[in-house]
Design a protein around this ligand. Structure first.
Ligand SMILES: O=C(CO)COP(=O)(O)O
Length: 142
C-alpha cells in the first residue's frame, strides 16, 4: 500500500533525517513523499527519492503540511524537531502537531520513534488504524 508521508527536520536534525532516509530508502520509495523546503532538498540530494517540497518551515511549510492533514491526505509524519532551540515559527509547529492529534495521524518527533514507525510500515502493519478510526471525533463536513 502506498501512503502519504511527510518528512520534516529542523536544522540541527537534518543530518539525522538524511541518515534515516538513506537507511530506509527502500521502505520510503513507492510512497508519496512530502517535505518542507530545505529538508526535502537535502533528502533529494542524498537519495534517489522523489519528494514533493513545500515552503520552508518558517515560511509556511508546516502549515501547508497541516492543511493536507486537515483534508485527510497525510498518513504518517516524521518530524525531527530540535528540542534545544526555539523556532520563530513555533505556533505553526504546534498547529501541525495538534492537527495530527485531531486526525489520529502517527507522528514521530525523534529518531527512535521514526524507526519504530518505519519498521511497522515495512511490515505492512496498519492494524492500529481500526482503534483510531473508532475513536475519531466527529469532524463535520469532509
Ligand atoms: O522549519 C521546519 C519545520 O518546522 C523545517 O523547514 P525546512 O525543511 O525548510 O528547514
Amino acid at each position: 500500500m502506498s501512503i502519504h508521508i511527510a518528512l520534516i527536520a529542523h536544522d540541527r536534525k537534518k543530518e539525522e533525517m538524511v541518515d534515516f532516509v538513506i537507511a530506509y530508502e527502500h521502505v520510503l520509495a513507492g510512497n508519496q513523499l512530502y517535505a518542507t523546503g530545505t529538508t526535502g532538498q537535502r533528502i533529494m540530494d542524498n537519495t534517489s527519492l522523489k519528494v514533493h517540497r513545500f515552503m520552508s518551515g518558517p515560511m509556511g511549510g508546516d502549515q501547508q503540511i497541516g492543511a493536507l492533514i486537515a483534508v485527510n491526505q497525510m498518513d504518517l509524519i516524521v518530524f525531527l524537531r530540535d528540542p534545544l532551540m526555539a523556532q520563530p515559527h513555533e505556533p505553526d509547529i504546534t498547529a501541525l502537531l495538534r492537527l495530527a492529534d485531531v486526525h489520529g495521524i502517527p507522528v514521530a518527533t525523534n529518531l527512535a520513534t521514526a524507526e519504530l514507525l518505519i519498521k511497522a510500515l515495512e511490515r505492512g502493519d496498519f492494524g492500529w488504524r481500526e482503534l483510531v478510526e473508532k475513536h475519531k471525533p466527529d469532524l463535520g463536513p469532509a
